[in-house]
Design a protein around this ligand. Structure first.
Ligand code: GAP
Length: 437
């Protein structure tokens, strides 16, 4: 983890938020490489969840919402107890639930082999929602909340989406966006922040146990395969079901996909069977009819929602951690080419030979139209490869003296370090196949 944090700062993936002013706890800024990685995660997610599926549409709802939303969703009520948090695993308990606290201390010491006493934060009465004030006249402002989960934007627009599209049950509404939480103990780098980004699918199904279970299992498998397909090693992923009493206030069933991080198994994303919790509460609090009119059966009903909720930042962190490789002195990120912030680095073999530089510049500028490409002519070729490897750039293209004679270049593969000669007029196609499959 220390190596990843240092690499992220040094190479421009992630910096501490507002660093020149001493920072702001639980906030992070993404640099030139970090923003590419994050955008790539979101792009692939959106492609696989919305673009190629007939049963899905996307939305982008506001971060600031009418405060009634949070009353209806149960978020105002559910987080106002005095809570203590275990400083090691961040599990929270109501301060008055002595039996649960004791049990946690015992399992912690026994099962996880923790030496010494479990440490708790002071009991705090707090709400996880971040407050903000809207209004132009000082003293007459309306207290609102920055959204604590992006989910509610989907539920309050459920009827709008039904009325303006032709989707039919079962169908999903996808969204990606920022969420904010007053976490008492942010930590483990970008794993737990106060401002973070979520990618969610709310998948609406007929309200019966069989359908609910079927789609809950479907989405569990879908996401497990998705992360594995993008290169996370299978042995580092598992499901962790939430038992009765552990589940969020809205969930009938819930499971996390966990990643085996440097500090132990940690939540990657959650799959939650929310039933009609949200729609029924919004229907009640807003007085609007939010029922789905099923043309097949002629019936009206509130569908059940099977939610998939993942963190963009957590995904970025786990893709970085899982792809980090040391091979002797060589350090590289074996990121899937689709995730890699930069796809290709282009070099002239020697920086002081104008013929090589001119041809390499032309290739570089042409490729830039298609991919994120970087130019490098510093130092020797070994140093340039090392620099590209460390940030996971999958391909390096070198223009050498043979290039001037036969219009070919070498492509060097990050993982195998093998080189292949390719005709310049086929370079784009070859790279495109390697990067996008
Ligand atoms: N809509 C359901 C929901 O928000 P959650 O389990 O509270 O469920 C879902 O959050 C995902 O959002 C988590 O699995 C995690 O990836 C991400 N997430 C939650 N809190 C986070 C935080 N403080 N910092 C970074 N990511 C967070």
């Amino acid at each position: 983890m220390d190596k990843i944090v240092a690499l992220c700062k040094r190479r421009g993936f992630i910096y501490p938020g507002s660093e020149i002013y001493g920072g702001l706890g639980g906030t992070w800024d993404y640099g030139p490489l970090g923003v590419e990685l994050k955008n790539n995660i979101k792009k692939i997610w959106w492609h696989d969840v919305v673009q190629v599926r007939e049963d899905m549409v996307g939305i982008d709802s506001a971060i600031m919402m009418n405060p009634k939303v949070w009353e209806a969703s149960g978020h105002l009520e559910s987080f106002v107890d005095p809570l203590v948090e275990c400083k090691e695993c961040h599990e929270r308990f109501r301060a008055d639930k002595e039996a649960e606290i004791k049990e946690h201390e015992e399992t912690h010491q026994g099962v996880r082999g923790v030496q010494g006493k479990v440490e708790w934060t002071e009991a705090q009465k707090f709400n996880l929602l971040v407050k903000a004030y809207l209004g132009v006249i000082e003293g007459k402002q309306t207290e609102i909340y920055l959204r604590g989960e992006i989910t509610q934007g989907v539920h309050v627009n459920f009827k709008n989406v039904l009325d303006s599209t032709r989707i039919k049950i079962p169908f999903g509404i996808a969204q990606i966006g920022k969420a904010f939480r007053n976490e008492i103990t942010p930590g483990n780098f970008i794993f737990r922040s106060r401002e973070f980004e979520q990618m969610e699918v709310q998948y609406f199904v007929k309200p019966n146990e069989k359908e609910g279970k079927r789609w809950y299992e479907y989405w569990k498998n879908f996401w497990m395969d998705w992360y594995a397909k993008l290169g996370i090693r299978k042995e580092n992923l598992h499901f962790k079901d939430h038992e009765e009493g552990e589940r969020a206030h809205y969930a009938r069933m819930a499971t996390d996909i966990e990643y085996k991080g440097p500090w132990g198994w940690a939540e990657f994303m959650g799959i939650h069977h929310r039933g009609d919790w949200d729609l029924s509460h919004h229907q009640k609090f807003s007085g609007q009819n939010l029922q789905y009119g099923d043309q097949e059966s002629g019936k009206e009903y509130l569908p059940w929602d099977i939610e998939s909720s993942a963190g963009v930042d957590r995904s970025a962190l786990f893709f970085l951690l899982d792809s980090y490789r040391e091979d002797g002195k060589r350090v590289f990120l074996s990121l899937d080419p689709r995730l890699a912030p930069l796809k290709v680095a282009v070099f002239p073999l020697l920086a002081n030979k104008p013929d090589l530089v001119n041809l390499a510049r032309k290739i570089y500028l042409d490729l830039r139209e298609n991919f994120m490409v970087v130019w490098d002519e510093r130092g020797n070729i070994g140093g340039r490869y090392a620099s590209a490897d460390e940030i996971g750039t999958p391909f390096c293209v070198t223009v050498d003296f043979d290039s001037l004679k036969d219009q070919t270049v070498t492509i060097r593969d990050r993982d195998s370090t093998k080189q292949k000669r390719v005709k310049i007029n086929q370079l784009l196609e070859v790279l495109n196949n390697k990067i996008n499959g």
